[in-house]
Design a protein around this ligand. Structure first.
Ligand code: FRU
Length: 516
């Protein structure tokens, strides 16, 4: 009798185990496999995402918080979603970090490591402090702290630490850092069409210092999500400049929202820009790179300044044709200041080197080949790819237009063109032909940037299920655009119009999914 029960019991256990294995196989196959779901970009499991928030490195972990509506896949009551990574590439979803309360919903902000317990929150130890905007009756700045590596957060009971501004309604998105020379915390805060700077000894008591922005740069919309950091010029630590990154809600280079930056000096009190007031530096020439924020506290031995931005645009963010989730982040980018041949200091961006470990199969490789229009047309005939990286160096021996079409469908209804037009000297991304365009009148079109030195065009192109990021001339020019092609649009085509070019190198790798 006993034996019979034992056999029955063990069979039951085996059966449950089998069901579990089958179920997890089914779910893992469907995980992050919905139409348009990014395979190597961060997106939430469900519902709405916008700005990256609270980006900080602490105890071998990168933290990414983000503007999140957990109830719907449209913008709504804002929470801070949370994810953790060891390499900024593979992310683990964590429970929501900050929820709305009596003071309001939780808008954008930053996080720092309070190494010396300046706040007194950590009993003389160290801990994480988040500084964010409470959006309730008026916008005010508040703080929260975590003693367990960001796993749980306590809001400060004296919130807000900066009350609403009596005259300025748009008063938000605090980015805080420790200013080494003057040994204090500094906050950059978006206020209307300006940035205001505050300082504090303890992240609790804040004092207004100065403002920047009257009549400077692009002014087509309110200023949002500032970031301020110091970078070496051409890698020389003894020769540095400060970069003030500012997003504008409307009127950016590709229409709608976008990111600009100023290069100048910050003395602990005031930021002064080196640019003429009417000069605009765009961070990205595409339509979908917004609210970028750089990680705080990346150790000096590493020394990088790494930025992540929201890949969307307020013109149509609420309408993009994804279900289940809506919104994703750019690939993390390493930022550097470099002097160009014309003697101008510019911000260069490149995907972080950790990205290269996602390279999978080499799908194509050629070197030193002269290619005519006719040869170009068949060059990539054998290749099919939807999630991939393309690296190329093209030499223009004569003035010709050339480019690469990606995500082409069988019947040619879909294609996204990444091209160079010799007559206008412009590199462009044209996304006017893809399956789903009609969700917004603002989505259709082409986004371009004029290239200074056009004899050799270098391209690093990252293509995911619903985006292209084009880095050109070693990251001097970047175009980031969302696309919505059919899932089986996987062909590629190289084109050269009326003439020949020399392909110094052209390599294509498929890219592994980070979401299996
Ligand atoms: C930028 C922004 C921020 C604000 C947040 C609200 O995209 O408008 O200024 O804090 O989004 O979600």
């Amino acid at each position: 009798m006993k034996r019979k029960y034992l056999v029955l019991f063990s069979s039951l256990i085996v059966l449950i185990g089998l069901v579990f294995v089958v179920l997890s196989l089914i779910t893992s196959r469907n995980y992050y496999a919905e139409e348009y779901r990014p395979q190597f970009h961060f997106s939430p499991e469900e519902n709405w995402l916008n700005d990256p928030n609270g980006m900080v490195y602490y105890d071998d972990e990168y933290h990414l918080f983000y503007q999140h509506n957990p109830h719907d896949n449209e913008w709504g009551p804002m929470y801070w979603g949370h994810a953790i990574s060891e390499d900024m590439i593979n992310w683990e979803h964590r429970p929501i970090a900050l929820e709305p309360d009596d003071l309001g919903t939780i808008f954008s902000g930053s996080a720092v490591v309070d190494w010396n317990d300046t706040t007194g929150f950590f009993d003389g130890e160290e801990g994480l402090v988040a500084i964010f905007t409470h959006n309730g009756s008026g916008q005010k700045q508040s703080i929260a702290y975590s003693s367990d590596n960001g796993r749980s957060w306590e809001k400060y009971d004296g919130n807000p630490v900066i009350p609403p501004h009596p005259e300025i309604n748009d008063f938000r998105d605090p980015k805080v850092f420790w200013h080494e020379e003057t040994e204090k915390w500094v906050m950059a805060l978006a206020a209307g069409k300006k940035i205001m700077f505050y300082d504090s000894p303890n992240l609790i008591d804040w004092n207004f210092m100065s403002e920047f922005g009257e009549g400077a740069g692009a002014q087509g919309g309110v200023w949002e999500c500032p970031d301020l950091f110091e970078l070496p010029i051409d890698g020389d630590p003894n020769n540095t400049k400060w970069v003030l990154q500012v997003d504008i809600g409307d009127g950016a280079i590709a229409g709608g929202s976008g990111a600009q930056y100023f290069i100048g000096d910050f003395d602990g009190t005031t930021f002064t820009s080196d640019d003429e007031p009417d000069h605009i530096n765009w961070l990205d020439y595409g339509a979908d790179f917004y609210a970028g924020q750089s990680f705080s506290d990346i150790p000096d031995e590493d020394g990088r300044r790494v930025m992540v931005a929201w890949m969307s645009n307020w013109l149509y963010a609420n309408r993009v044709p994804t279900e289940v989730w809506r919104g994703s982040m750019s690939v993390p980018r390493s930022l550097e200041l470099k002097t160009t041949d014309d003697g101008i200091i510019k911000l260069f961006q490149s995907p972080i080197e950790e990205f290269t470990k996602l390279r999978d199969k080499e799908l194509f490789k050629i070197e030193n080949q002269v290619v005519s229009s006719k040869e170009a047309a068949n060059l990539l005939d054998e290749i099919e790819a939807d999630v991939f990286e393309l690296n190329a160096e093209i030499q223009l021996d004569q003035p010709v237009d050339f480019g690469i079409k990606v995500r082409i469908s069988e019947e040619n209804e879909d294609e996204t063109v990444i091209g160079f037009s010799e007559s206008t000297n412009e590199l462009f991304v044209k996304r006017s032909q893809s399956d789903e365009l009609y969700f917004s009148p603002y989505f259709d079109g082409s986004h371009a940037v004029s290239i200074d030195d056009n004899k050799i065009i270098k391209l690093q192109i990252l293509v995911d299920k619903n985006s292209v990021e084009v880095f050109s001339q070693n990251g001097e020019y970047v175009i980031t655009d969302l696309i919505f092609p059919r899932d089986d649009s996987r062909s590629l085509e190289f084109y050269v119009e009326d003439g020949e070019i020399t392909i110094n190198s052209l390599e294509i790798h498929s890219i592994k999914s980070t979401w299996n």
